[in-house]
Write a protein that binds this ligand. Structure first.
Ligand SMILES: [Zn+2]
Length: 287
């Protein structure tokens, strides 16, 4: 499943390709992938892509001179975006890219947006949990309201974060995975964040100290930014839209490292279940 750094990598690279392009047609191959919206083509033809924003893992396309029309895009488990230029060269990203994904449109292509310069943006989604959804400003705002603030944002308020943690009686890991509380951290990045902050994933959120809360916020920001800088993780051959493999997995300290030695203290990394997820930590140096 693409996590935030992968989505952010795809967003930044798509942005460099499609902003300013005019839509000529929209082909829908699977109605559910566009929220069963039969008007999507009529409403998008002639529109010029102004920007691609993101909150959590939700991408939000906006259009030039349209303040009441937005396209929400979520990759969920298996979504991919591929941009195919007028020369036929494909660049793509999202879930598990294989060679056949680049035959576009392909078996798993659910919708294609065509542009006036004969380039196209293909949305692939094998499992069909992802979506492209056209909405208005109220719909966009409602979607954004479902996400808490992002620690990756330089304005993230660590005092607010600490005060909110004090009211939560779940394991800290569960709190960090709750996107309505803080947005953007998935399973891999929560484990990495907590290792860096030296906090055990099973610790109850309301027992986290102010200093630890600040360490968690800083660690999550660092781990996400470092991952974005190298194009995300690539457990299932994730490729960003420049066609490179993300290689953050080379930098993982605990995720998937069970049985190995902790590089900080020499303890042995363990894998347990916490918050319903496979969870990796060092019992020696994470308290
Ligand atoms: Zn350790």
């Amino acid at each position: 499943m693409p996590e935030l750094p992968e989505v952010e990598t795809v967003r930044m690279q798509l942005k460099s390709k499609v902003v300013g392009k005019t839509i000529t047609s929209v082909e829908v191959f699977h109605a559910k992938s566009v929220n069963n919206d039969e008007t999507i083509e009529d409403r998008l033809v002639g529109k010029v892509i102004a920007e691609i924003d993101r909150i959590g893992k939700l991408m939000i396309f906006s259009f030039v001179n349209e303040d009441n029309l937005f396209l929400l895009a979520h990759l969920k488990m298996t979504g991919q975006f591929f941009y195919l230029d007028e020369g036929g060269e494909a660049v793509g990203g999202g879930h598990s890219v294989t060679a056949t994904d680049r035959d576009l449109p392909g078996r798993h292509t659910r919708a294609t947006i065509h542009f006036t310069d004969h380039s196209a943006l293909h949305f692939n989604d094998m499992r069909i949990f992802g979506y492209l959804k056209l909405t208005d400003k109220a719909g966009r705002d409602a979607a954004k309201a479902r996400f808490g603030p992002e620690p990756i944002n330089p304005k993230f308020d660590t005092e607010w974060f600490y005060q909110k943690l004090k009211k939560r009686k779940t394991p800290i890991k569960a709190a960090l995975l709750d996107q309505t509380f803080i947005a953007g951290l998935g399973n891999i990045y929560v484990d990495e964040t907590l290792w860096r902050a030296k906090v055990r994933p099973t610790r109850l959120a309301d027992k986290v100290t102010k200093k630890e809360a600040a360490a968690i916020a800083a660690a999550s920001r660092d781990v996400m930014n470092e991952s974005i800088n190298v194009g995300g993780t690539t457990f299932q051959h994730f490729k960003d839209t420049g066609g490179k493999n993300g290689n953050f997995k080379d930098y993982l300290k605990v995720f998937g490292q069970q049985g190995k030695k902790c590089e900080r203290c020499g303890g042995t990394i363990e894998k347990i279940r916490c918050a319903g997820r496979g969870t990796h930590y060092c019992p020696s140096c994470q308290k």
